[in-house]
Design a protein around this ligand. Structure first.
Ligand SMILES: [Zn+2]
Length: 198
């Protein structure tokens, strides 16, 4: 994978990528270049139909001390950036880690609503600029998921079988699970906010 990074030493030539050292970025030659505060990242993931889009406004209101994003909001603009090639999803995920690092400069943590999987973030170049990454799974029963996906407009992804198997896979990977079958969006958002604060 091509390496790219946010922080380069401003004293060295050619460019040298920096490593985190406390709240600063350290050059291998010993230069401290920039402020680089780090914060944890909270990823709320789930297959389609789990309720991510529905809870987003509730969660943003519940967590004013964090920056809360639905990563799908950048799919269309990044698609324009990448066109005519398809979206580079590795770069897409790395860009979100960079956003979280930017938010951290103001002392706030970031919460991402996404379909990201833990193993997709660990090797990204920007991962070093985040402290801990915590995952929670937004989940529902297969019956609820099928019902929700069928009620969507036809232009949305309705590959139900793929989403059911993705949901089953995520259950094997993530131990913090929030069920949305009978919970209101506000209740689910409160539970996520409690998880983040804990
Ligand atoms: Zn240097």
């Amino acid at each position: 994978m091509k390496r790219w990074t946010m922080h380069y030493c401003q004293l060295c030539d050619p460019p040298v990528t920096l490593l985190p050292d406390g709240d600063r970025a350290l050059c291998p030659a010993g230069h401290y270049s920039e402020s680089a505060r780090r914060q944890p990242l909270y990823v709320v993931t789930g297959a389609s139909g789990a309720g991510k889009t529905t809870i987003f406004p509730f969660l943003a209101a519940e967590l004013p001390e964090c920056a809360v994003f639905d990563v799908d909001w950048l799919i269309d603009p990044i698609g324009v950036v990448c066109a005519p090639e398809p979206i580079n999803w590795v770069a897409f995920r790395d860009a979100w880690l960079s956003v979280a690092h930017g938010v951290a400069q103001g002392g706030r943590a970031t919460v991402l609503l996404s379909t990201f999987m833990p193993e997709q973030l660990e090797d990204l170049p920007a991962r070093r600029w985040i402290t801990d990454v915590h995952f929670a799974l937004l989940d529902c029963t297969d019956a609820a998921r099928v019902r929700r996906l069928k009620s969507r407009p036809s232009w949305r992804d309705q590959n139900t079988d793929r989403q059911l198997s993705f949901a089953a896979y995520l259950r094997t990977q993530i131990s913090t699970v929030l069920q949305t079958d009978d919970a209101s969006p506000a209740t689910t958002a409160s539970a996520i906010a409690e998880w983040v604060r804990r």
